[in-house]
Ligand binder design. Structure first.
Ligand code: ATP
Ligand code: MG
Length: 451
């Protein structure tokens, strides 16, 4: 479907022409006309299929048409996202889609200067993209009011409604005008969260391009069963082959890896992988919540530019992040929340590209694998350990020096310590939202702000 036939304005179409999008994706085709009419909407579509434009394009036109102006310290459209990097990326997209629409787009999130936020908001903004923690801080300091919000968007809506964010979200929603348009988007939507989502939407249209948690067909998905203590050697071997230079004399066509994103369950685990890869002469960047904001930004920028071809990340980079050319996603450890698997592997095969996802599954992760296969309604292809693995693994371990490989118990303790920063598993029917109706305490806010 062409964008012309969806009812968008000339300035928006002009901006799209510069982006060289030839036609609208299914979620865009189905969501845009409904959103232009002003309806609330829940939009579910696979990763990398253009949900950002699906909510931004019609919203830009609604803001233009309503012809109001944001008062001082106010915003007209509020987009909430779970991580700073995603908020920043959404704002960048919004600016490019609105480049002929004279709308002011601003971001606020943790790890940046509150003074700068205050200045940015002083004269009012059209589109504000925020993470919940910093947003609430600014409201409490009276640098921002939500009285003028016409459109609320929750990107990665199921995560925004989950335990880590629900307190903050409830507090924010209480401050919004009742008359507003509300849009929720995600690639996943667990049933229990969907019931909660309905409470925030008024007579919503539901657009489901595919059943929730459907993975993109163009991702080839594999699992290799391997002991936890052997994973690092397997990764090293895989990267050596994947990034091998072509050698026509030996008939070697070269490796197929271009840019590889590796997920671990913990921040310490991510640092460990980077360190050990370094010991084997393989440079890699890291992005997780223990890094400073400038370090996080640099790691992502270097990965985007291709200067660094391997990025090791926690789930901070699992949702929404759009980097072109990620050829492989490696789940060094499987996520214990199945939905996260869908988002992690969705960092490859975006916007029509193809990709490969490889999961390393240790004995104690088999239950996670089952959960993932049940959720995505498909089985991963089993890829055996490479020939001569044991001998090669021993050689790798011997050459990279003493290994800081933690014991099983140490890894479990590490996970428990970091637990509160990770997405929560959905527990149905155990009063999981009971605490969310209470006024938010400082703990809840810190929790959300920490991401
Ligand atoms: N109509 C289109 N034609 C071509 N490319 C598009 C189109 N719409 C969006 N894109 C591009 O597709 C990529 C993915 O878009 P986007 O990040 O919005 O996906 P998403 O559905 O939000 O994915 P995720 O679930 O991972 O957040 C972006 O690089 C975007 O510029
Ligand atoms: Mg997205």
């Amino acid at each position: 479907m062409s964008f012309q036939s969806l009812g968008l304005s000339q300035p928006v179409l002009q901006a799209l022409a510069l982006k060289e999008y030839s036609e609208a994706t299914p979620i865009q085709t189905q969501a845009i006309p409904t959103l232009l009419k002003g309806r609330d909407l829940l939009g579910i579509a696979q990763t990398g299929t253009g949900k950002t434009a699906a909510f931004m394009l019609p919203s830009i036109d609604r803001l233009r048409q309503s012809d109001r102006r944001a008062g001082p310290r106010a915003c007209r459209m509020l987009v909430l996202a779970p991580t700073r990097e995603l908020a920043s990326q959404i704002a960048e997209s919004a600016r490019s889609y609105a480049r002929f629409s004279q709308l002011k787009v601003v971001t606020v999130f943790g790890g940046t200067s509150v003074g700068k936020n205050r200045q940015d908001l002083a004269r009012g903004v059209d589109v504000l993209v925020a993470t919940p923690g910093r947003l609430i801080d600014l409201i409490e300091q009276r640098y921002l009011t939500l009285n003028d919000v016409e459109i609320l968007v929750l990107d990665e809506a199921d995560q925004m409604l989950d335990l880590g964010f629900i307190h903050a979200l409830k507090q924010i929603v209480r401050l919004l005008p009742a008359r507003r348009q509300t849009l929720f988007f995600s690639a996943t939507m667990p049933k229990a969260i969907k019931e909660l989502a309905d409470k925030f939407l008024t007579d919503p249209a539901e657009v489901r391009v595919a059943p929730a948690a459907t993975t993109v067909e163009r991702v080839d998905q594999y699992v290799t069963f391997v002991q936890q203590s052997e994973k690092q050697a397997l990764l090293t071997m895989m990267l050596r082959v994947g990034f091998a230079k072509p050698d026509p004399a030996k008939g070697n066509p070269g490796g197929s890896m271009e840019r590889v994103l590796i997920f671990t369950r913990t921040k310490h685990g991510a640092d460990r992988v980077v360190k050990l890869l370094g010991g084997s002469g393989i440079p890699a960047g890291a992005i997780h919540g223990n890094k400073s904001q400038p370090q996080r930004e640099r790691a992502l920028a270097e990965f985007k530019s291709g200067r660094v071809k391997i990025l090791v990340a926690t789930d901070i980079a699992a949702r929404g992040i759009d980097v072109t050319g990620v050829s492989h996603v490696v789940n060094f450890e499987l996520p214990n929340v199945s939905e996260q698997y869908v988002h992690r592997i969705g960092r490859t095969a975006r916007a029509g590209a193809a990709g490969v996802a490889i999961a390393f599954c240790a004995d104690d992760e088999r239950a996670y694998l089952k959960g993932i296969e049940r959720l995505t309604r498909q089985q991963l292809n089993v890829s055996p350990l490479p020939a001569g693995f044991t001998a090669e693994a021993a050689r790798i371990k011997a050459t990279r020096g003493p290994s800081p490989e933690p014991s099983h118990q140490e890894r479990r303790d590490e996970e428990r310590r970091e637990q509160r920063f990770r997405p929560q598993r959905a527990h149905r029917g155990r009063g999981r939202y009971a605490s969310a109706v209470k006024p938010m305490g400082a703990g809840g806010r810190r929790h959300a702000a920490g991401r």
